[in-house]
Design a protein around this ligand. Sequence first.
Ligand SMILES: *Cc1c(COP(=O)(O)O)cnc(C)c1O
Length: 375
Amino acid sequence: MEFRDLKTQYQENKRAIDSAMQEVLHDANFISGKQVVELEQQLADYVGVKHCISCANGTDALQLALMVWGIKEGDAVFVPDFTFFSTAEVISLTGATPIFVDVEEDTYNMSSDDLEKKIKATIQDNVLCEKVVIAVDLFGQPANYPRIREITDKYGLLLLEDGAQGFGGAIGDVRACSFGDISTTSFFPAKPLGCYGDGGAIFTDDDEWAELLKSYCVHGKGTDKYDNVRIGLNSRLDTIQAVILKEKLRIFKEFELEKVNQVAMHYTEHLREAKDIEIPIVSENFFSSWAQYTIILRDEETRDSLQIRLKENGIPSMIYYRKPMHSQGAFAKNLKAYGNCPVTERLCNRVLSLPMHPYLDEKDIKKICACIKEE
Ligand SMILES: *Cc1c(COP(=O)(O)O)cnc(C)c1O
């Protein structure tokens, strides 16, 4: 059994993907082929924003957004304590300071109450200048943007949506990757929409920022890449990845997004009654793209022994995430804590992510759930 079955996905779509890749090999337009712009247009249309700028990966996408906003040393950027390292790493790369915010136990996403508390503490302390909130669509569910937006408006902060795991999610009929002033995603192979290597994209409605992003991701280009008007990055999406993504976006819309929601529904049916297991909750009117199906066990020992039992039965599982961001050694030197994050600490000891992908059949779901319930 695969945790995320990219092999079956390829086999089922082999002909379309192979022929798209052949076209690029034939034309040898490996960098900045016309298909990159075509993909960007399709992604912008799907998400419902004016501009999509593709780049080399989801981490660069976040960093580019902070570069466009001129985030620098002395600035405070608020970020969930329970996320992948990248979300906070890019803050330190700009020289700014990450302020870690706790999450909600039921959705795993940023707690708006704790966000406001930490903003107030930062203002009170008067050492850093509060600038940006990065909210993450963890495991596929959009963060509580209606509430977070009220807070960023109230305190005059910019909102960056890290939609690396959230592409395809929605609140009502508004799609993920459109909630931030700038929003980003990742096409790392295991993400809801993945390519065959690294890739990422940035979304915004703002014309000026879109122009700046296009410059920053090609060496700070002016009129062309040999006219350099600012210090930027070399961060582009390869044409090969763009054509793969065009095919994958098609099947994502036609079939995969709906299918992962069915898989999640089946898990939930089988695990609802299981004792001492909390299943993931999707808030009313929210839609998840199910980057992960993550359950919560009673304690660390129960979680770790379940993971071993699953493995003995040939079932892969993962722990996202074992360590809160604030305890990562990399941040030890530049840690500014305005209160702790008890929910994150509890989650890190108790979460377990189960196999989740559009090609997971009912037989396997039943087997996984039976193994979880046996004890
Ligand atoms: C994967 C991920 C990223 C980084 O994406 P890459 O394409 O691997 O650089 C950023 N944030 C979150 C929440 C992620 O899951």
